[in-house]
Design a protein around this ligand. Structure first.
Ligand code: SAH
Ligand code: SF4
Ligand code: F3S
Length: 469
């Protein structure tokens, strides 16, 4: 019998990938994905634990779902409610205690067991299930081969977990130890994604450039070698990877940026802080000059590479001069985009225990505003430097406005263009006419548009209109 499944996803791209795989695992049981919790037979909240508000959001969402579940029960219908992901892993017992209406709680490494968990809770007197262990068998060995496909831009997890133990971070506890998938299973999954329509694949891992998977000949491959193998797949136009740690940018991976045309000139390389004192307290295992040197090496291999990063302000005992070191680093490096966060103490992490040195909220707010102001100015300047240039854009979705489609440049900028839907899933040359901090707008470049979009030239020219904002 056909049933509906709604999955709400928070957090990083690995969680988005996991949600897609949960849908794959439940498909043989008759669950079809739906885009609303109303009327769904099963609801999964795939959660993130990286900062405080994320867990609060889960509990408030659960409050709403509790009502929905009891309304449906009054109508004689059963809704299965499950909490997955990193909050489930970290606070599973608390969820079970605080939310007795939740049927299943499971962590990121156990979702391949979902059919059995669903079977258990739907049996008479089946009870509730919590599964937050780290099973010795890898879930990747048990996931179904046929995925539903993710469209023209797809995610593919190649590595999971983290052994770095930065003192602020929950990931090593919620995702477990570092693990790399064998190269052959990754290549097979990439081939299936491409057959299902993917033209761009982003390789995922909490520490993706620490990848060291088993090679077809029994040796071990790093990420650079894996990327060269994937670049052999015809029809796969673009490859990306995220998230990387500065210490794992090895020569082979840097060389891939110079030699593999499919590898896009964009790199998200979190540095967190520009202060050596703070970096040491964070246990980042590199200082700010190490980061500068790594960026120099990558830019030598790929001069037009767009750099992105993550920053934390207000880490315990961060002094004004430490924060100034961060501003100086940003100023020197020049980022195409970057994310910045106020430090949020996470239970069980070493930095949360540095009680006396926590930074007042107001100071965090001010530092975040100053850093974001600098980053925004850099983003805007970077995006403005594209005005008048023509760049290839892979269109993968409709824009917010009627008649608009949206895609990304090789440098990861979002571009809005007025064009019909048939431009979706193609790569077309776009002349950039407008720039904002978070997006570009442009027009399809005449001849190239006629070549890549299935349109007669006259139509293409007529279409080449409008600046989006
Ligand atoms: N694996 C990635 C990032 C994981 S989390 C890496 O190693 O860089 C994504 C980002 O969230 C981090 O880069 C960091 O900037 C931020 N973050 C992690 N823990 C945090 C915390 N306790 N408070 C504030 N920001 C945090
Ligand atoms: Fe967290 Fe650090 Fe591991 Fe990144 S490298 S996931 S920030 S512990
Ligand atoms: Fe969040 Fe877990 Fe990803 S904590 S950022 S969902 S690894």
């Amino acid at each position: 019998m056909s049933k509906t499944l709604f999955i709400k996803t928070w957090g990083c791209q690995m969680n988005a990938y996991d949600s897609a795989r949960m849908a794959d695992v439940l498909a043989p049981l008759g669950y079809r994905p739906t885009d609303s919790a109303d009327g769904a037979d099963m609801v999964i909240l795939n959660t993130c634990h990286i900062r405080e508000k994320a867990a609060e959001k889960v509990f408030s969402e659960l409050g709403r779902l509790r009502e929905l579940k009891s309304e449906r029960a009054d109508q004689g219908q059963r809704v299965i409610l499950a909490v997955a992901g990193c909050v489930a892993q970290a606070e599973g017992a608390e969820i079970m205690a605080r939310a007795p209406y939740v049927d299943i709680v499971f962590g990121p490494q156990t979702y391949h067991q979902l059919p059995e968990m669903v079977d258990r809770v739907t049996r008479p007197h089946g009870g509730r299930v919590i599964r937050t262990d780290f099973p010795p068998d890898s879930k990747f060995d048990s996931l179904p081969a046929d995925t539903a496909g993710q469209g023209v831009t797809a995610f593919l997890s190649v590595q999971e977990g983290c052994d770095k133990f930065c003192t602020f971070c929950v990931v090593p506890y919620t995702r477990g130890a570092e693990f790399s998938r064998p190269a052959t299973s990754i290549v097979a999954e990439a081939q299936r994604l491409v057959a299902a329509g993917a033209r761009e694949i982003t390789l995922l891992g909490q520490n993706v450039n620490a990848y060291h998977g088993e090679a077809p000949d029994g040796t071990s491959w790093g990420l650079g070698r894996l990327i060269r193998m994937l670049a052999d797949i015809p029809e796969l136009a673009r490859l990306r990877y995220t998230t990387s740690h500065p210490c794992d940018m090895d020569d082979d991976l840097i060389a891939a940026h110079a030699t593999v045309p499919q590898l896009m000139p964009f790199l998200h390389l979190p540095v967190q802080s520009g202060s050596n004192r703070v970096l040491a307290a964070m246990n980042r295992k590199h200082d700010s000059d190490d980061y500068r040197r790594i960026v120099e090496r990558i830019r030598a291999a790929r001069p037009d590479l767009a750099l992105s990063s993550d920053f934390i302000v207000g880490f315990p005992d961060e002094q004004e001069r430490d924060f100034e070191d961060t501003l100086r680093l940003v100023d020197e490096i020049g980022f195409a985009q970057a994310y910045s966060f106020k430090y949020s103490p996470r239970p069980g992490t070493p930095a949360a225990g540095m009680i006396r040195n926590q930074i007042p909220e107001q100071v965090k707010i001010e530092r975040l505003a100053a850093l974001q102001d600098l980053i925004n100015r850099q983003q805007l300047a970077y995006n403005r430097s594209f005005i008048g240039r023509t760049v290839p854009v892979l269109f993968d979705r409709r824009g917010k406005r009627q008649g608009q489609i949206m895609g990304r440049t090789p440098f990861m900028q979002s571009v809005y263009v007025h064009a019909p839907d048939r431009g979706l899933a193609t790569i077309a040359e776009v002349t950039i006419t407008g720039a904002h901090a978070n997006s570009l707008s442009g027009t399809l470049a005449g001849t190239a548009a006629a070549m890549t979009l299935p349109l007669v030239p006259a139509r293409a020219a007529a279409m080449a209109v409008e600046v989006a904002s």
